[in-house]
Design a protein around this ligand. Structure first.
Ligand code: ADP
Ligand code: MG
Length: 247
């Protein structure tokens, strides 16, 4: 079981962004991706999730060996891919509770109805874990939320949907240290032999709490360096200067 990316090339509005990216995330592992601004980290996460703006021009994304190129974004979601956005969208007019309920309902077999009591019980339990006030259940999804509240709400969605592969795009940015610890605890509670994580971050700090099995550096649409958790510490010290030397 793995999420495998093979020689991925992708463009947006005709501009090539991903230029031959290879990555394998076996279930059970946490992979972190770091790299300078504009290197294509968010593009990678959105291409995996199936965002319409991005055109795959070459290469494959395999979910447990099956090419997902033809799957729409909702089908990818139901197949077990989840993306916590760097910039979560606001959805006016749809309450957080109704949004989550609809997302879970969409995963149920035809004709089966979600159990409302069990749903609320589960949602409140996850919100308690994330130390989220219950007033967020009735508020419109992300509308007027602070940066940190949006990030926490992304993690609530992830905890409710229990995806097989979790992509977290800079979920740490906008969080203060206490919120970061709470979010990391939520993520860690989901680590399992059946679930893989791709964690995009600028800061080693997050990786103190979510310990990665592998760290990759992305630059100009490719992975240019990979290592263990210690690579993130090295990057924190010496930055990305090594990229210039090798260019
Ligand atoms: P990162 O997340 O590593 O900072 P991104 O994937 O967001 O990088 O962006 C990579 C490059 O692709 C940037 O130069 C960015 O401007 C460009 N890009 C990404 N999305 C779009 C888009 N929808 N339209 C135009 N350019 C885009
Ligand atoms: Mg980004």
């Amino acid at each position: 079981m793995s999420l495998t990316i093979e020689n991925l090339h992708a463009s947006v509005e005709g501009n090539p962004i991903l230029k031959g990216l290879n990555l394998e995330i076996p279930a059970g592992e946490v992979h972190a991706i770091m790299g300078p601004n504009g290197s294509g980290k968010s593009t990678l996460s959105k291409v995996i999730a199936g965002h319409d703006d991005y055109e795959v021009t070459e290469g494959r994304v395999l979910l447990d060996g099956v090419d997902i190129a033809e799957l729409e974004v909702d089908e990818r979601s139901r197949a077990g891919i989840f993306l916590a956005f760097q910039y979560p969208a606001e959805v006016p007019g749809v309450s957080n509770a109704n949004f989550l309920r609809a997302a879970l309902q969409a995963r149920m077999p035809e004709g089966e109805e979600i159990d409302a009591v069990a749903f609320y019980k589960q949602m409140y339990a996850k919100m308690d874990e994330l130390e989220m006030n219950r007033k967020f259940t009735s508020r419109a999804v992300n509308e007027g939320f602070s940066g940190g509240e949006k990030k926490r709400n992304e993690v609530l969605q992830m905890m409710m949907l229990e995806p097989r592969y979790c992509l977290l795009d800079e979920t740490d940015s906008g969080l203060d240290i206490d919120a970061l610890k709470i979010v990391a605890k939520g993520v860690n509670s989901m680590r399992s032999p059946n679930r893989g994580f791709l964690v995009i971050t600028h800061y080693q700090r997050l990786l103190d709490y979510i310990r990665p099995d592998h760290v990759h550096v992305m630059a100009d649409g490719r992975i240019v360096k990979s290592g263990g958790a210690e690579l993130a510490l090295e990057l924190e010290k010496s930055g990305y200067d090594f990229l210039k030397q090798s260019a």
